[in-house]
Design a protein around this ligand. Sequence first.
Ligand code: SF4
Length: 398
Amino acid sequence: MFGVATFSASFLGCKVSHADVQEVRERLLADGHVEADGAEVAVIGTCCVTREAVAKSRKAARRVAGSARRVYLTGCAASLPGALDGLPGNVETVALPSEQTPGFVAGRLGALACATADAGLDRVRAFVKVQDGCGFACSFCVIPAVRGGPRSRPVARVLAEIRRRAEQGHREVVLTGINLGCYRDREAGLDLPGLVRAAGAVPGLARLRLSSVEVNHVTPALLAALRETEPASPHLHVPLQSGDDGVLRAMRRRYTAASFLRRLERAEGFNLTTDVIVGFPGEDDAAFERTLAVIERAGVTRAHVFPYSPRPGTAAAALDPVAVAVKRERSSRLRAAVREARLRAWARKVGSDDTVLVDRPGRGYGDDYSPWLVEGRPVGALVAVRGRAVSEEGILAA
Ligand code: SF4
């Protein structure tokens, strides 16, 4: 349709959205199209995890529709009926499974069949998608409806992509999925712990991390794989959502506050981060206090706090009784508690040694994904550091 097109590719939302857009981008580069500012074609990976995420996706589409000739909206919000209706005429919504999206967008632009460009990300970190979809039925979540059931990429393809990323110069790989712990390559007889071990053996990687894993998948086998695999980081992002058993039941999560804590006790020495939904229907003051207590007991150092917003088509869609002001107040209390815990955890690193992977000027992450401030080191370097002091931004290297 366009011959050689200039294009831009951007995304909203999570690491899966990032990985999906990266796949479209690589396909367009491989077809001979050219990435450029002010491009004639824009691809946007959208998000619908909250009402606000949909609003941001719509805003991004409107903004680029003013300058680009054609805009393709891919990803979660594109598959949520009605979410992206009413946008300008040059915006096309691609409501397809992620596996079919790169081919569809490439077909729209017209393949030139000349592989020319190096499609490496301009980043130290690469997100490698190993799994998509979810078969759970959490009552607040629209993701199974827009992404479908769970499926995994064969391990051979995952390892080939990791090798390619390492050769392109990425020092860190994050294994990414919607419900990562469901990873299975039945033919190869491999689950997530096996994948961690296989991925960690790829030469050239300095760091290997998991994007997010459900607490029921934090098994002794997974912890052992993370502990025993050289580049694997002792970091786990485990969504809590609520620390109240009644709210967890209403959310249709598959654990209690006590079993969440019990499983994470085994992860001693790991840096823990989480997601919490604040103001879910049924969350009264006492329930919120229980969430706060679990967050403090678990020693979480970062929390993505989402004020609850009902998503269309979910079991909890009709309900939203907690007032906005209450959600706001609880969110800021939760963030303040996590900030305190974070500063305490960082203070314990003062005087101790770590290895930092510098991922942008002046900053990087230590072995367990704690942020460090390092001056004068090139992006991509692995730097031996000793903690000197703590700031709001991270641990200051001596
Ligand atoms: S586990 Fe629950 S919250 Fe996570 S994607 Fe599946 S349904 Fe959504």
